[in-house]
Design a protein around this ligand. Structure first.
Ligand SMILES: Cc1cc2nc3c(=O)[nH]c(=O)nc-3n(C[C@H](O)[C@H](O)[C@H](O)COP(=O)(O)OP(=O)(O)OC[C@H]3O[C@@H](n4cnc5c(N)ncnc54)[C@H](O)[C@@H]3O)c2cc1C
Length: 319
């Protein structure tokens, strides 16, 4: 007989170790469902208690408040990865890194760009249409089975239904949809080519990304048209420096060359010297200090450069 849901839900679980920033307070309630049945039971439990719910993936694009979160954190633990021909089917809790490795072992290509991203789950990656080097996971998605917490049922989304855009999808705008099962269509390729691309991604990240705890890009790159209109002079300098690509102005260029903030510290939070769009936790940072840095960067970009920076990371809890 399975245990009652009350006995499975944990209380006051520290979230800092479950994020790549390594900061933030506890979740009042925490549950890591592996089965459909447990997921439904936990959702019903939270609904009955009128508690807010937050879905946690690998915590690699997340800033949790020092006070933590006073609702239920659900961390999908369905991590199975299966390959049928060119299709990879996986639970949303499976790690992106393991999906890329499993695909490579079957001579399947498409996820090499993700090698070297620490922590991310497939669910988190699809929700934010993660990508790099001109590729993004949305282009591989065939189906997503999501649990609609409002309607209390599972729905299957096609790639078109997912409405992927730059670091966005329908799930980004509708947090009541919990991604549960992901189906990707990959391409067959020679193992040698897959390994070469994967190594290039890993090497790039080793060279250009900070090694200290961080959460990847803090801000989205800016729409080039809007940036040009807002500040033609700065935009021209970015173009000349090669910081405008694929219709986007690199947020890192704005923070580094526009605001000269590389290395800036607030307490233990520091604008990375390797990549200005990353903030690192030098060891003793609090979430409040990281947030103060985010606010400082946004305010200065607006007042000094007339540019609006928008967070890519998810902020959880009160600041
Ligand atoms: C060093 C470093 C390098 C990085 N490089 C890149 C990069 O090159 N490209 C890139 O795109 N990103 C990069 N990232 C950011 C991050 O890895 C991605 O955004 C990743 O996809 C986030 O996945 P996650 O599982 O960690 O999500 P989390 O950080 O846990 O959550 C992020 C958001 O997704 C939601 N979410 C997570 N799982 C689900 C689910 N199953 N259902 C519904 N919502 C869910 C959460 O509620 C939250 O709103 C990097 C991060 C680090 C630390």
């Amino acid at each position: 007989m399975s245990m009652p849901i009350d006995d499975l839900i944990q209380k006051n679980v520290p979230l800092a170790p479950l994020t790549t920033f390594r900061v933030g307070g506890p979740a009042r309630y925490f549950f890591s469902p592996q089965t459909d049945e447990n997921l439904l039971a936990a959702s019903a439990w939270a609904k009955e208690k009128n508690l807010p719910v937050f879905i946690l993936g690998g915590g690699s694009n997340l800033l949790v408040s020092d006070q933590g979160f006073s609702g239920l954190v659900v961390k999908p633990a369905n991590r199975q990865i299966l390959i049928h021909g060119q299709r990879l089917d996986a639970g949303a809790g499976a790690s992106l890194a393991r999906a890329a490795m499993t695909a490579a072992s079957q001579n399947l290509s498409g996820l090499e760009w993700s090698v070297g991203i620490p922590g991310a789950t497939l669910g988190g990656a699809v929700r934010g249409n993660a990508g790099a080097f001109g590729r993004a996971i949305g282009e591989l998605v065939e189906t997503v089975k999501a649990y609609d917490r409002n309607a209390g049922r599972f729905t299957v989304f096609s790639r078109k239904d997912c409405r992927f855009a730059y670091r966005e999808s329908i799930f980004f705008h509708q947090p009541h949809l919990l991604l549960w099962q992901i189906g990707l269509k990959l391409e067959t390729a020679e193992r040698e080519k897959i390994d070469r691309l994967a190594k290039q991604s890993a090497d790039f990240r080793r060279r250009h990304y900070p090694q200290l705890p961080s959460a990847g890009s803090i801000f989205k790159n800016l729409d080039a048209q809007n940036a040009r209109l807002a500040n033609p002079e700065f935009f021209a300098s970015a173009q000349a420096a090669g910081a405008v690509k694929d219709g986007q102005l690199a947020a890192g260029f704005v923070i580094d060359r526009g605001l000269n903030l590389k290395g800036k510290m607030i307490g233990g939070a520091k604008v990375s010297l390797e990549h200005a769009n990353h903030i690192v936790n030098t060891g003793s940072a609090t979430a409040a200090q990281i947030m103060a840095m985010i606010v400082l960067i946004k305010n200065r970009a607006a007042s000094e450069l007339h540019l609006v920076l928008e967070e890519e990371i998810k902020i959880l809890g009160n600041f």
